[in-house]
Design a protein around this ligand. Structure first.
Ligand code: NAD
Length: 422
């Protein structure tokens, strides 16, 4: 059945899925076709050839991209990805995703994304630095605190952001920290950034639990992925009284229906590079997605809940720490079962929110203590959760469609007020 096969393949493309989700929300909002075109298309896409002298003296030319999807609500915001498969199509789609994520959490940014087609594992530190600096230098006309503010994404990190600060600052003849976020603390980074995404997952989950009358304290939680997002989400949920009953990472999956000691598990996983074999736990034989729990936190990869396993999901709340863990077909199956999916563009937007705080602190030259960062993050995440829940109730739609509706309405409102420059 080739036609069905094609659909299923499409269902597994997270970027095509985001576009379908956008279309569904745009349809419900009755957006005129012209405005829909305006907000769908990227504002500007740039491709650069980046010559780099390699350690052996040879010259290689890499291809770099930067897409500004929207600057209607503020500077383009979004990470830079280093991966052999980076393409203009992918960067364009990810840039649009950032526009909706920034709008749903209501921070004054548009959406952008960048990337270089390269395999960073096969580059020396020196080659990586020269490639990064060439990219930053070539795009320094686009980048800037008021125009386009990159951040880390797949295979890029705080060190790479520090090189971009330095390159941009050399061109500007002054130090400019606010040109990127996700920097090391010593180079203008923000307290609380590392934990921000997981902390945001906690705040959204708490609001949704309140909404459905299920106390977070005592709720049984299964977490897929024990990296940055998964481990912080698990730790903070446990501190809020939830019981973390199952955890999976690349090393394996473990469970304990009585609840795992997350503090000890964090230490164990750091020492052993994985959760497998954690003392007192039992290995999990069935997929963690199907574990008997109240809250499931997919915080590893995309396409984990699909048409094949969605009807075996037992959780009442699915908190999408990862980007794109649930396919549209699975969404329908979960909705029919009465499960609530907290969509990625809301649930994991704590990271970009604290990136916004980092940018604000750089521009003020005043740095907040971590508890102040966390309190402000809570305000933004709680308000965004309430906005999305209210929209879902008003229109009788899923939280995902509601989140896109909230985001699109915010962008369209600004376009209407500003008008189209001719
Ligand atoms: P990470 O690399 O720190 O952690 C990923 C975790 O997933 C690891 O524990 C890894 O072992 C686990 N994993 C990988 N494959 C697995 C598998 N097949 N089964 C079970 N576990 C598996 O990454 P992260 O920063 O925590 O990001 C996780 C997800 O969250 C990604 O989708 C990312 O795009 C998204 N996200 C991250 C942030 C952020 O601030 N870090 C922000 C928004 C969205």
């Amino acid at each position: 059945m080739p036609a069905e096969g094609t659909n299923i393949q499409k269902d597994l493309n997270p970027l095509a899925n985001a576009e379908r989700q956008f279309d569904e929300a745009a349809e419900r909002l009755n957006l005129p076709q012209g405005i829909r075109e305006v907000i769908k298309r990227p504002r500007r896409a740039t491709i650069v050839s980046l010559p780099v002298v390699m350690d052996d003296g040879s010259v290689r030319v890499f291809t770099g991209y930067r897409v500004q999807h929207s600057i209607v609500r503020g500077p383009a915001k979004g990470g830079i990805r280093y991966h052999p498969d980076v393409s203009l199509d992918e960067v364009e789609a990810l840039a649009a995703w950032m526009t909706w994520k920034c709008a749903v959490v209501n921070i004054p940014f548009g959406g952008g994304k960048g990337g270089i087609a390269c395999d960073p594992d096969r580059l020396s530190k020196g080659e990586l630095e020269r490639l990064t600096r060439r990219y930053a230098a070539d795009l320094s006309d686009l980048f800037g605190p008021e125009s386009d503010v990159p951040a880390p994404d797949v295979n890029t990190n705080a060190q790479i952001m520090a090189w971009i600060v330095d390159t941009y600052s050399m061109h500007e003849r002054r130090t400019e920290y606010a040109v990127v976020t996700g920097k090391p603390l010593e180079v203008g980074g923000s307290a609380g950034r590392r934990e921000a995404t997981g902390r945001g997952v906690l705040f959204c989950t708490r609001e949704v639990c309140r909404h459905i009358g299920m106390p977070l304290a005592g709720a049984r939680v299964a977490v897929q992925g024990f990296g940055n997002v998964g481990s912080v989400s698990a730790d903070l949920m446990a501190r809020s009284g939830a019981k973390i009953v199952a955890v999976a990472d690349v090393s394996g999956a473990i469970h304990d229906p009585k609840g795992l000691d997350v503090t000890a598990l964090l230490r164990y996983a750091a020492d052993r590079r994985g959760v497998q074999g954690f003392p007192g736990s039992q290995p999990l034989k069935t997929p963690i997605i199907e574990y008997d729990c109240d809250i499931l936190v997919p915080a590893a990869l995309e396409n984990q809940i699909t048409h094949e396993n969605a009807d075996r999901v037992r959780a009442r709340v699915i908190a999408e720490g990862a980007n794109g863990p649930t396919t549209p077909e699975a969404d329908k199956i979960l909705a029919a079962k009465g499960a609530m999916v907290i969509p990625d563009i809301l649930c994991n937007s704590g990271g970009v929110t604290v990136s916004y705080f980092e940018w604000v602190q750089n521009r003020m030259g005043l740095y907040w203590p971590e508890d102040e960062v966390n309190a402000r993050l809570e305000q933004y995440m709680v308000q965004a959760s309430k906005d999305v829940l209210a929209k879902a109730v008003e229109h009788g739609v899923s939280l995902r469609v509601a989140a896109f509706m909230v985001a699109i309405e915010r962008v369209v409102k600004v376009i209407m007020l500003r008008g189209l420059y001719a």
